[in-house]
Ligand binder design. Structure first.
Ligand SMILES: [Mn+2]
Length: 244
């Protein structure tokens, strides 16, 4: 039986060109594993450091990785992308759905994989104490009017603005998120108590694979410093890394 793979938080485009080159080489190795051993891959958000579904423009720095996704889709691998806090602005029937048949998930999702119950999410806004982001910032950034207004900016300006906001917020958010670790575990505990077997998220940029009340709470880490990913064969849920 082929496996199902999970990856998250590659933040493609966020780093220096040397780091991006290393990341892209490892990403290609990951997707080669998926193509040969997998039937599906779940990309759990913040894969791109920023994405906006323009009607006629795609950001050129993503050219190679978009080609790789296309060849993966052509090989028959089912691809899911969850919106993260950095790349939430993918339309359900936008660029990815139309060109590659990729399924876009703007929200957390419950699904069955090999008969097991999964809760999948990027994980932003889950900690109760993260109310400032969840209840104030997020509704503004995701408001249809804000999205429409942003789309009116020339793409070069929009992408430059996003880059500015994204790079100044990233380190701050990363440190801040670590304070929420316990709240994520509490959250996972509740979902497991509700009958879910596996709670799988990203966003925190740390690796967690813990047994919790008969279920599993996993955080699959990130793909820019840990280069971690997860695979599930119906029995075993393992977190691995792409080494040197
Ligand atoms: Mn995130």
């Amino acid at each position: 039986m082929k496996k199902v793979f999970f990856i998250s938080d590659a933040h493609i485009g966020a780093e220096s060109s040397e780091q991006e080159r290393i990341k892209s080489e490892k990403l290609f190795r990951f997707f080669d594993i998926v193509a040969s051993e997998g039937s599906a891959v779940y990309i759990l958000g913040d894969f791109f450091d920023f994405w906006f579904d323009y009607r006629k423009v795609i950001p050129s720095k993503y050219f190679k990785i978009l080609c790789k996704l296309a060849s993966l889709a052509d090989a028959g691998v089912e691809i899911h992308i969850f919106g993260g806090n950095h790349d939430w602005w993918m339309k359900k029937n936008g660029f990815f759905a139309r060109n590659f048949g990729i399924k876009i998930h703007p929200k957390p999702m419950r699904t069955k994989i090999f008969g097991k119950r999964f809760f999948l999410a990027h994980g932003d806004g889950i900690a109760p104490s993260d109310w400032g982001y969840r209840d104030i910032l997020c509704p503004i950034l995701r408001n249809p009017l804000s999205v429409w207004l942003f789309g009116l900016l020339p793409a070069e300006w929009g992408l430059a603005l996003a880059k500015l906001v994204s790079s100044s917020s990233k380190l701050y958010t990363e440190k801040r998120n670590l304070r929420f670790e316990q709240e994520y575990e509490n959250f996972a505990q509740k979902i497991i108590a509700d009958g879910v077997d596996y709670v799988v998220m990203g966003h925190l940029h740390i690796v967690v694979n813990a047994k919790l009340n008969g279920g599993i709470y996993a955080n699959i880490g990130d793909f820019f410093k840990n280069f971690s990913y997860a695979e599930f064969d119906g029995e075993k849920f393992e977190i691995k890394t792409i080494e040197q």
